[in-house]
Design a protein around this ligand. Structure first.
Ligand code: FES
Length: 104
């Protein structure tokens, strides 16, 4: 039997929502997979409206920065846990869900 992971994700679409909410997803747990792969699974299999950023997938560009279980990390180099709370980077304006405004 496949183990499952419980993933709680910050959701907010400023154009439609009055306030942010956390949404939970139960997905197959695989300790070899990254947080980014977990988000891709949720996007492809559960909710195609989930917004997050990715680019190099190898820890170089910083595009996938987010907060996982209270710690800032790169989703493409962080391995998934059985329980994860995923939030956008703090002190940045949320454009949608996990996508924030990155000013240089
Ligand atoms: S996608 Fe470039 S650092 Fe994660």
């Amino acid at each position: 039997m496949t183990e499952s992971a419980l993933v709680s994700i910050f959701r907010f679409n400023p154009e439609e929502d009055d306030c942010p909410r956390m949404e939970e997803f139960e997905i197959p747990f695989d300790p070899q997979k990254t947080v980014l792969e977990a988000l891709q699974y949720i996007y492809e299999e559960r909710d195609g409206s989930l917004a997050f950023r990715e680019s190099c997938k190898s820890g170089f560009c910083g595009t996938c920065g987010m907060i996982v279980n209270g710690h800032p990390c790169l989703a493409c180099t962080t391995y998934m846990k059985k329980e994860m709370t995923i939030e956008p980077l703090a002190r940045h304006r949320v454009i949608r869900d996990l996508v924030v405004e990155l000013k240089k």
